[in-house]
Design a protein around this ligand. Sequence first.
Ligand code: SAM
Ligand code: SF4
Length: 327
Amino acid sequence: MSGISDSFQRPINYLRISVTDRCNLRCIYCMPSQGISLVPHGELLSYEEILVVVRAAVELNITRVRLTGGEPLVRSKLVDLVRMLSSTEGIDDLSLTTNGVLLRHYAPALKKAGLKRVNISLDSLQKDRFRYITGYDGLAEVLQGIEAAHDAGLEPVKINTVVMRGINDTEIIDFAHLAQEGWHVRFIELMPNQFAVQFFNLSFMSAYQVKQQLTSLGNLESCLSSSGNGPAKYYRLPGAKGTIGFITPVSEHFCFSCNRLRLTAQGGLLPCLLSDEQIDVKQPLRRGALPDELKQLLEQAVAAKPPGHRLAQGVIPQRRSMSQVGG
Ligand code: SAM
Ligand code: SF4
């Protein structure tokens, strides 16, 4: 089985699937505080429909799948979807991105169902600041979720931290201390979105600026990721048990190595996170499209991948919030 590449010779082998547009948090950079208008459940792809898309993707040698949202763990019976996907021949890597609030309830069952690993989003280690950023007093629950993920063996557990000037930049060193103790922390640059352009302008902090703060802890030595070949660049502080990663969609974009497609909860195939373009698979699925037609739609989405995002030219996606795309 040969793999699929886009028009810029980038091999595409990774599919991020948003399983719901719902979320139990309201992170300031992701969703407006009043939330977004949600689509009726019947408009979301069923697990069976997602499976059909994944099987077609496997035919194209897209063998790595990540479940995201919204918050994937608020969708009922997510463990069933994990079981369906993990038992699909050809899937090499099945992972989940979650805010961690509900993870303590599900970590063992997810592992048993075949999930390999989790990324957990956590922007503050301080109770009040966590509530300010997310709109929910849930830090303790997330910390329990992180522990539960380790206990269940969903390794490597990676912590994703969006750094925001004036909001959580005073905690960069605290997160780095946790990396010294064994956490795998990834600092993510804030991306702009249509409802929070001013917030982005005020709060953006580049990875370079984050690194400057870390110099007080010693030299960051470049190292390899403990899993996969995603967009992060990894480093280790002297003597640290864990790693520090940087994801730089804004200051140093990594579009030249983009290896992914995205599928929204409503069945939109997205060639690029930061573009409004999408190809619908829901209607074809619901009128009984054959696997070959789905493969063609996936191929179309791959062919439509742009060379890169156009944030620097001021092009910000308008149609969807990050919670509808899955990050
Ligand atoms: N709810 C899950 C979570 O928070 O992990 C999964 C969906 S969330 C949209 C996926 C990732 O996107 C999270 O790590 C979140 O921090 C990130 N994200 C959302 N909006 C962002 C923005 N404007 N800039 C940078 N990262 C963002
Ligand atoms: Fe929800 Fe994740 Fe967006 Fe936060 S980042 S609002 S947890 S979807």
